[in-house]
Design a protein around this ligand. Structure first.
Ligand code: SAM
Length: 243
């Protein structure tokens, strides 16, 4: 059993970077990261933000430096050959934000375009979904690390934005978990929003560690959320089978 206060398989409220820094090196098999930033709304300045977009703007936002630090921490926490599934919008992809993370730590190896089937905004084309950048921690190997070769690089799936304004498609998330991990493996999502990565992980018998600064029921003082008593289940004491 590890002697740190991170808990597994629950919705924790807390800070992404603090959580990641508590985790040991080469510990998790897979990570998802969906950063919260205002870059698109700030740059596009549509001026006619809907109530839902204003709701998005009300979420805590991350600076570029913070996002880069999270990516580096994820690279540290991943096992060699493990994947980071990073959600990225058109603006950040065109600006190459992911290139700020040195390739020797984690390298882009694939890109999946998610079609939400729900037209959004855009000064030229209208946004309909986001991109999922697949990054791998060296050694870069496909055959030994990716089992499902039926996942298309264009993925259409509707989502229910009433659950979370930025919710991502759980069907795609589940396929990616199935392709790259085994039952009992640890999957992390340090800015989990709706915690749909946790739900998909649990459906497939995987373990989950993650948090969100605003969402999540179990407040964990160790990762920077408001103080509240909680029943601590240290990492290693809770297996997927026990749920
Ligand atoms: C884009 S959303 C994630 C949505 C999620 N992928 C889903 O499918 O539901 C980003 C989330 O990051 C959270 N957040 C912002 N700053 C954070 C921080 N410092 N630590 C943890 N979470 C943070 C926001 O509250 C928001 O829920």
């Amino acid at each position: 059993m590890l002697d740190h206060p991170v808990i597994m398989n629950v919705m924790q409220q807390g800070d992404a970077l603090t959580l990641l820094r508590l985790l040991p090196e080469a510990y998790a098999s897979l990570a998802f990261f969906d950063p919260q930033h205002r870059a698109v709304l700030d740059k596009l300045k549509f001026g006619n933000e809907s109530a839902r977009q204003k709701g998005r703007a009300g979420l805590p936002a991350m600076s570029d430096e913070y996002i880069d630090s999270v990516c580096l921490e994820i690279a540290r926490v991943l096992k060699p050959g493990g994947y980071l599934m990073r959600w990225i919008d058109t603006f950040c992809l065109c600006e190459g934000h992911h290139l700020r993370t040195p390739r020797q730590h984690i390298k882009p190896v694939d890109l999946i375009a998610w079609d939400s089937l729900h037209p959004g905004m855009g000064k030229r084309s209208r946004r309909r979904g986001d991109y999922l950048l697949v990054l791998q921690k060296p050694p870069i190997k496909a055959g030994a690390t990716w089992r499902d070769h039926g996942i298309p690089s264009r993925w259409a799936e509707k989502v229910d934005r009433s659950i979370h304004p930025h919710i991502k498609p759980i069907g795609l998330i589940a396929r990616l978990i199935g392709a790259t991990t085994q039952p009992g493996d640890i999957i992390i999502d340090p800015a989990a929003g709706s915690f749909n990565v946790m739900n998909a992980a649990h459906q497939l018998g995987r373990n989950f560690i993650g948090c969100d600064l605003k969402f999540g029921g179990d407040r964990n003082t160790a990762i920077g959320a408001m103080a509240a008593p909680f029943e601590e289940k240290p990492v290693g004491s809770f297996s997927a089978k026990e749920r």
